[in-house]
Every structure is written in C-alpha cells, then in structure tokens.
Design a protein around this ligand. Structure first.
Ligand code: PLP
Length: 387
C-alpha cells in the first residue's frame, strides 16, 4: 500500500521500507552478477534505523569522518572504508579501530599517517590513494570533484613510477547522479592516467555517483562496463560506494502550509519546514524537487499550467529560504499538506537547527503498512548543538 500521508506527523521525513528494499535488491543483483562490492556512502544517507535492512544487501559503508566510521562499526556491524580530504591527528588512532580500508587524499597525508597504520596491529587495514582522473561530466561546480584546482585527489603527474609502499588500492570519485556511460568514459581517463599502477594493486574504488536504481539507468551497460574492466584487471576487487542510489526515491518530506502571504501579487505558501535547513540542495544545487499535486512551470508548457501559483516559503527568517512558484489546481489553504518527493538522500545528513526551527520527525512506513516513528526532535536537540 502507498504511504498514508494523513497519518504522519508534520513536518517529517518518511522512508518507505518497501521502496528501499526494491533499491537494495537491484544493488544486490549487480553485486551477484558482476562480483563488485557495493557499499553505502554515509555522506548521502545515514538513517541508521534502516541499517538492519541495508546490511542484508550491502557489503558495508564508506565513512568520511571519525563519527561516520564509528557509526559504521557500531550500527552496520562492519568496519568502514574510510576516506577524508584530511585526517585529524588527535582522532587518527581511534579512526583506525573502525576502519578496514583507509584512503589518503594526498601524498602528504600518506607520509604523515602511514607509519601509524603500520604500527596498528589490532586488525589489518588496507591503504589506498584517492586519485584525480581529471575527467568529470558534473556541470555544477559545487559537486564537481575534478574542477580545476580541486583539493580532492592526487594528480597522475604527482605520482612516481610506482605507488608508495603499502598502498594496495586506488580510489576515484568523479560522478554525481550519473549513468554508466559517464563511468565508461571516466574509466578511459582513469586507465590512461593510472593504468600503469593497477598491476601492483588489490582493489580499486570507483566512488559514488552511480545512479543504478534510477528507472533510466542502463544496468545492462553497467554490467558490460564492469565486466570489461574485470577482464582487463582480473586481480582487482572493484568497489562502488553510492549514496544517492541506495536511497533514491525511497521517501518524502511531508510539510504543512502555515500561512499564505501576498506581496504585490506574489503569493507565498509558508511551510512548517525550511529549504535551507531541511532540503539544502534545493538552494545549493539549486535543484527543483517534485511536489505531489503541483506543476513546475519550468517543466510544463505555460498553456497547460493550472492557475494557482505559489512560491513555497521556508519557516526560517533567511530571505532566500523559498522556492520559486509551483502551480496548483486549486487554491492552497492553511493546513494543507505538501509532500516533497525524493527527500531521503542528502537531506537528513545535511540538516541544521538554524533559527531553532523544528527539525522534521523521522518516520518509516513499514512493509506491513504501519507507521513507525523513529525519531521526534525537541528543544534539547537544538540546545545541545550550542553552548
Ligand atoms: C568520495 C565519495 N564517495 C561517494 C560519494 C557518494 O556519492 P553519491 O551519493 O552521489 O552516490 C561521494 C559524494 O559526494 C563522495 O564524495
């Protein structure tokens, strides 16, 4: 049964367990058919109440900080594949206890920290380097890891004839909600620049950005691309670490209209949620979310647009906390509920308590069509982030 939004508290993020399982089944089938390992990038989705389900399908997670690595060890029950642009000296030893694979962003970081890894004897840690293939199809600079001057990854010209001692893997991350054709082209650049190191290595991590669970993603082509790479380098383990693809289209953000204001004909429906605090990509990317029952003037021809237009306003005081108008079939009323589609990835992990605005509750709509309220936020959550 679809989610019964009438039962939900507002505002709330609601995850549909059945849709999450559907995505996980796709990811498992890719792993089974190609032999690659798929892990969840916590930076995109770290709703840990879903980890009992996720760990049935995925091989673990990738962490970008001590806290993500600890979450992985504690709640996924596996050590993390850890990568951060730089590691903190006072956290590094603890980080190792939660880590199985550790990737360095620069040769400086390798030189500084590899001796500590060598002295760490509790469990094996496989070290890698993040490299920059200098090719990305991501147009938005904010999300382009290969933009000129990027701080992310080592350039081919900075590596010598061999990777430094103890390095067992290479990692690149260049995609963002991309298809398998973008991966295929990236691999051409990666192999051209870094192929000579691959015979020495044990694994290669193709990063995230593979939107494998999108309806338009060509899974057959992905399988062929992965099979081709495996044929060329049969000794290498391939790791993919998507975030978005895991949670893609698995849930919504439900909000309520609190007021309608009019400024010289510009009407704004004020909501009990905030774009800047709860859906930051809508302002940063900027990205236009789909709103159930609403038409987006940018996507529909003007003559078919319904007549009632409203900007959607966030509840914070930030002047820019709004989205340009959507069109509705009928006038909006105070108390109406608006549902923003596809709000699981890069939302909960990025929220703030800016202005002290109420943080949306977190709800799971279970496979048995029951509402499970997993978290409600309170004054203490706001207070405890400040001092
Ligand atoms: C190093 C790395 N790996 C994985 C990901 C996950 O990417 P996505 O959520 O687009 O799949 C990111 C996203 O920024 C990343 O920086």
């Amino acid at each position: 049964m679809p989610i019964d939004y009438a039962q939900l508290p507002s505002p709330c993020y609601v995850l549909d367990e059945a849709r999450l399982r559907r995505n996980l089944l796709v990811l498992r089938s890719i792993q089974e058919e190609t032999g690659v390992k798929i892990i969840l990038a916590f930076k995109g989705f770290a709703m840990w109440s879903t980890f009992p389900l996720i760990r049935q399908y995925l091989a673990g997670a990738t962490a970008s900080s001590l806290h993500e690595a600890r979450l992985c060890a504690e709640l996924m029950g596996r050590r993390a594949h850890t990568y951060a642009p730089a590691y903190l000296p006072d956290e590094f030893s603890e980080l190792l206890t939660y880590t199985s694979h550790l990737t360095f962003n620069s040769l400086n970081q390798y030189e500084r920290y590899f001796p500590t890894v060598q002295q760490f004897l509790n469990h094996p840690i496989s070290c890698g380097l993040r490299v920059n293939p200098e090719y990305s199809e991501v147009d938005t600079e904010l999300y382009n890891p290969c933009a000129p001057g990027t701080r992310l990854g080592i350039l081919a010209e900075q590596l010598g004839d061999r990777v430094p001692p103890g390095v067992e893997g290479l990692h690149f991350h260049t995609l963002c909600e991309s298809n398998s054709y973008a991966l295929e082209k990236t691999l051409l650049f990666f192999e051209e620049r870094f192929g000579r190191y691959l015979p020495q290595l044990q694994w290669v991590n193709f990063g995230g950005g593979h939107l494998m669970t999108d309806a338009d993603y060509d899974l057959r082509h992905l399988r062929a691309v992965l099979a081709g790479f495996s044929r060329r380098y049969p000794h290498l383990e391939i790791i993919l670490e998507p975030g978005s693809a895991v949670a893609w289209q698995t849930g919504e953000l439900l909000t309520t209209v609190l007021d309608i204001v009019d400024n010289k004909g510009v009407r704004t429906a004020l909501l009990d949620a905030s774009f800047t605090a709860h859906m930051p990509d809508t302002l940063e990317m900027p990205y236009r979310p789909r709103v159930h029952g609403a038409f987006d003037p940018g996507r529909v021809s003007a003559d078919t647009l319904p007549p009632h237009r409203y900007r959607l306003g966030g509840i914070s005081c930030l002047a820019g906390d709004y989205l340009e108008a959507y069109a509705f079939e009928r006038e909006l009323q105070v108390g109406d509920r608006l549902v923003f589609a596809d709000m699981m990835h890069y939302t909960m992990v990025k929220t703030t308590t800016f202005n002290g605005v109420k943080h949306p509750s977190i709800v799971i709509w279970t496979e048995k069509d029951q509402l499970r309220l997993v978290r409600r936020f309170a004054y203490e959550d706001f207070k405890n982030r400040l001092s």
